[in-house]
Design a protein around this ligand. Structure first.
Ligand SMILES: [Zn+2]
Length: 138
């Protein structure tokens, strides 16, 4: 019975700083060596909440740029369709040119925004991992 309960919580397990045994979130002490692990949990939560807000801001900017990029792409496609359907009219060619430019600009914005998001995510993960490893080895 005890064994089964242990396995169910495995997904959220951490490692005991004293003996290296797997411990679950619910444990107050290490099931193997009896070390107090409530501190480890508190420390972990603290570190996660300490992720600098500048990461969040940058992530927001990246999402914003990428989101607007998609809108510009959609606008460009509309202009392109309009240009094609009214090719005989004076509005046709400018609409086509505008459409192509908008799509190019939009795709560039999406790529730019997503590369910011990607870069920030990597930075954030690296930082979190480093901090957690530092906390564990203390
Ligand atoms: Zn232990």
């Amino acid at each position: 019975m005890e064994e089964q309960k242990y396995n169910q919580t495995k997904a959220e397990e951490y490692v005991c700083t004293e003996c290296g045994a797997d411990v679950s979130l619910d444990d107050k002490v290490c099931p193997k060596c009896g070390a107090d692990i409530t501190e480890l949990e508190e420390e972990k939560q603290e570190l996660i909440s300490q992720v600098p807000t500048r990461f969040k801001t940058l992530l927001g900017i990246g999402k914003f740029i990428a989101g607007y990029g998609w809108l510009i792409v959609i606008g460009g496609i509309v202009a392109l369709i309009l240009g094609v359907s009214k090719l005989d009219e004076p509005i046709g060619i400018p609409s086509l040119i505008w459409g192509f430019s908008a799509i190019g600009l939009g795709i560039f914005s999406v790529a730019f925004g997503q590369s910011i998001e990607c870069f920030v995510s990597i930075e954030k993960n690296t930082r979190e991992t480093t901090e957690l490893l530092k906390a564990k080895s203390q």
